[in-house]
Design a protein around this ligand. Structure first.
Ligand code: EPU
Length: 415
């Protein structure tokens, strides 16, 4: 079993280049299914979730090739075969196959998605959207079977502003007859990225990034070339790591606007942040103020940065509070950080975090962002070597994490 080993106590220095966004990539790759000709996606992150998705497309009859970080997808010979198990169980975002296959072929059978299971993650809003478009959704031996003779545009109101449901409904609605409006749509930057790709493929989508998205269905979609937005969660993870280790780090190739909620909270703690073009410089301080953080839907503080932030808050001089309003119990990492000496108490949706000195331990990541929290914890330990297990979760979403951190001065290696 692979593990990440960390001899901490070294501040991060230098420049880190941020790769393309995982949560865009895992939607853009299946979106290519909707085209009749080749889609070229540039700036993809090198992570296992993208690798798994490319294998899924091949299983469906797609022709996939790589040229550096660019993926060429020829979907012309694809067919909609049932995918009950196997690859679809490896990642959560396999749910996007539902919208994409439904849009192109009028039918999809997909096993319930796998991926990070830090709490039950229902997909009722996705299904509600498909049904509104005229599809019949049934349970086929534990998989979801979706069928529509013809998709018709409809008005869909989402009970929760779900990222996945917004994108999935948008995918299917591009090929529906007439106009679909999604109300209470999620506003995350990844949604704008998917709409930009779909529009370049010939779709007619307006309003992505606002609470109301309007999609006028078209008869067919074609190939195009698209470059993926930078990964704001990877960027945020490095920013937090730089602050925690009292480093001085330039986080480059990002969209600083996407980082505003995190930047504001780091500044409130006393971290110095300098913006310049497509980068942010993070300058750590010896001491930090305790703060309250509320994880919300975008443009609020990202829930995906909630766990890494907990490690940083152990360094503030007082009691901080971290509340997650997106997921009710995304705190599986807390007992692991506590093994390292973190003083954290979970009460309902909140973690109450006191200043703590972390020490070396063997800890296990149970999901992707938990892994990031534990690695940051390890970077803070001055006495001994921290062992982080569950590396396969970290590889799902962090592009070259160990080599990047090594380049930035950390003593970290895989074993
Ligand atoms: N929800 C429902 N019903 C639904 C869909 C969602 O009740 O049909 C609830 C969820 O249980 C949750 C909230 O709505 O409480 C938000 O979930 P959302 O659907 O927005 O999440 P998601 O699309 O499944 C994406 C990211 C997550 C990220 C969330 C929130 C991908 C592949 N995943 O998940 O990323 O936490 O949005 O921003 O885009 C990660 O990268 O580590 C990760 C988990």
């Amino acid at each position: 079993m692979e593990k990440i080993m960390i001899q901490g106590g070294r501040p991060l220095h230098g420049t880190v280049q941020i790769s393309g966004a995982k949560n865009s990539a895992v939607a853009l790759v299946p979106a290519a299914i909707l085209a009749e000709t080749t889609v070229v996606l540039e700036n993809l992150p090198v992570i296992s979730d993208v690798e798994t998705y490319s294998e899924i497309l091949v299983e469906l009859g797609g022709d996939v090739s790589w040229d550096g970080n660019t993926m060429h997808i020829d979907p012309s010979r694809m067919i909609s075969i049932p995918m009950h198990n196997g690859l679809v169980k490896k990642l959560r975002a396999s749910y996007y196959l539902m919208g994409a296959l439904l849009g192109r072929f009028g039918e999809a059978t997909i096993g319930m998605p796998g991926g990070c299971s830090f709490e039950p993650r229902p997909i009722d809003q996705h299904i509600k959207g498909f049904e509104a478009l005229g599809a019949t959704v049934t349970n086929d031996h534990g998989s979801i079977h979706i069928y529509a003779k013809e998709l018709r545009g409809a008005k869909v109101y989402l009970d929760v502003a779900s990222v996945g449901a917004t994108i999935n409904i948008m995918l299917a609605a591009t090929r529906a007859k007439g106009i679909t409006t999604i109300e209470n749509a999620a506003k995350e930057p990844e949604i704008i990225d998917v709409a930009t790709l779909l529009n370049a493929m010939g779709a007619k989508i307006k309003g992505a990034g606002t609470g109301t998205i309007r999609i006028e269905g078209v008869d067919g979609l074609h190939g195009c070339r698209h470059s993926i937005i930078p990964d704001r969660i990877q960027a945020g993870t490095y920013m937090i790591a730089a602050a925690a280790t009292r480093g001085n780090l330039l986080v480059d190739n990002i969209i600083p606007k996407h980082m505003e909620a995190l930047t504001a909270k780091l500044e409130e703690m006393g971290v110095e942040i300098l913006e310049s073009g497509e980068s942010l410089r993070v300058i750590g301080k010896a001491d930090y103020e305790p703060i309250d953080v509320k994880a919300l839907i975008y443009p609020g503080f990202a829930t995906d940065l909630q766990s890494p932030m907990a490690s940083l808050l152990t360094q503030a001089s007082g009691v901080s509070m971290l509340t997650d309003y997106v997921y009710s119990n995304r705190f599986k990492y807390v007992p692991e950080l506590m093994r390292m000496g973190a003083k954290i108490r979970v009460e309902g949706r909140s973690a109450i975090i006191e200043r703590s000195k972390l020490h070396a331990a063997t800890v296990k990541a149970a999901d992707l962002r938990a892994g990031a929290a534990l690695v940051i914890g390890g970077l803070l330990v001055e006495d001994g070597v921290t062992e982080v297990l569950g590396v396969e979760f970290i590889d799902r979403g962090y592009d070259n994490l160990v080599s990047n951190l090594t380049m930035l001065g950390a003593e970290i290696w895989r074993e």
